[in-house]
Design a protein around this ligand. Structure first.
Ligand code: NDP
Ligand code: GFR
Length: 309
């Protein structure tokens, strides 16, 4: 298939480009003029070109360039930024939706989500709820334009959540003590970002996922924080001192933090106290990626954590 990646030099986007090339798709990557002197982005785009990708000049401030870009492909996958809080990058996708509607040829569009399913977060805490509301705004535009879609809920990126044993404000394991959220027994789902990209590309071109939500919930990676810590202790041979924080004390921290960090606290609360990733069954009209694509030998967290030794 002809696949266009928007946001292709981003943290997840570059992995999606790689996965699309590996799957043998004719892969197109948006090259934004705004990247200017960002040499890392330019070099990354040129490396994609060396691997057979086609670079497509397009800018969110030039609507026709977006129409021309999507006219060239069958599938559009967006990996637009969503972590930099209050950046409103996600809403830029409204122009992309309009361009896809005007072009009229796109067979599938994947908006940039790849986290907690925003449709299940109507009662999310402020200010973190903004992330989910923006993603729902994009969904509304897609469905009003009758654009065929697939929504992917990728659960927790291992890079942000597993490396740090789910400690906030860190990406690496603690050396002496670890904070448990409550009793540490709430189940979350940790997924290696390279696997997420593989599942996204497979789902984007699969008739079975047309107009459906695909959850990435590989069985061996459904783990509590305690189970993740146990894996790390077995690997490192060191036992960490465990301190518990109650939901009340955890949320009380918000008052001392800036708005971006408050959003993070809210997200962590929903994940590790409410268990929002695993407190529902995947039902009718919904799919689970590791079931759809058993050929993917997804990375288990025992292996993922070895790099931190
Ligand atoms: P990045 O911050 O890496 O940004 C991705 C791309 O967004 C950039 O490379 C850029 O595209 C594009 N972009 C950023 N700002 C602008 C702008 N002003 N105008 C046009 N394009 C812009 O994104 P991530 O990879 O961190 O996030 C991608 C998705 O994954 C988001 O939806 C996010 O919510 C989700 N996510 C989920 C996590 C989880 O644990 N579940 C963790 C982290 C992210 P270009 O390549 O063209 O420069
Ligand atoms: C797990 O799903 C999501 C994760 C989501 O649906 C939306 C956003 C995210 C964010 C997380 C929380 O905001 O992506 C990565 C992570 C960002 C973050 C990590 C924020 C504050 C932190 O202290 C942090 O520590 C690792």
């Amino acid at each position: 298939m002809k696949v266009l990646v928007v946001g292709g030099t981003g943290y997840l986007g570059k992995r999606i480009v790689k996965a699309s090339l590996l799957e043998g798709h004719q892969t197109y990557v948006v090259q934004r003029p705004e990247i200017g002197l960002d040499i890392e982005k330019l070099q990354l785009l040129l490396s994609f070109k060396r691997q057979g990708a086609v670079l497509v000049p397009a800018s969110f401030s030039d609507f026709q360039s977006l129409v021309d870009a999507v006219k060239r492909v069958d599938v559009v996958i967006s990996a637009m930024s969503g972590v930099h809080f209050r950046s409103h990058n996600l809403l830029l996708q409204l122009k992309l939706v309009e361009a896809i509607q005007v072009a009229g040829n796109v067979k599938r569009f994947l908006p940039s989500e790849y986290g907690i399913d925003p449709a299940r977060m109507r009662d999310a805490l402020e200010p973190g709820r903004e992330t989910f509301d923006q993603k729902m705004t994009i969904r509304k535009a897609i469905e009003e334009a009758n654009i065929p879609f697939t929504y992917v809920s990728a659960n927790c990126f291992a890079g942000y959540f597993a490396g740090s044993l789910s400690q906030m404000q860190s990406l690496v394991p603690p050396t002496h003590q670890v904070t448990l959220y409550g009793d540490g027994n709430v189940k979350v789902v940790y997924v290696d970002e390279d696997d997420i990209a593989t599942y996204i590309v497979k789902a984007a071109t699969d008739p079975r996922t047309m107009n459906k939500t695909v959850y990435i919930r590989p069985p061996d990676n459904i783990l509590s924080q305690r189970e993740l810590i146990q894996k790390w202790e077995a690997l490192s041979g060191k036992v960490l001192e465990k301190n518990r924080v109650s939901a009340q004390d955890f949320l009380a921290r918000m008052k001392d933090l800036d708005i971006a960090q408050q959003a993070g606290v809210g997200h962590f609360y929903h994940l590790f106290f409410e268990g929002c990733l695993t407190n529902f069954e995947i039902g009718e009209g919904e799919e689970e990626a590791s079931r759809l694509y058993p050929e993917v030998n997804y990375t288990r967290m025992d292996d993922y954590l070895k790099i931190f030794l």
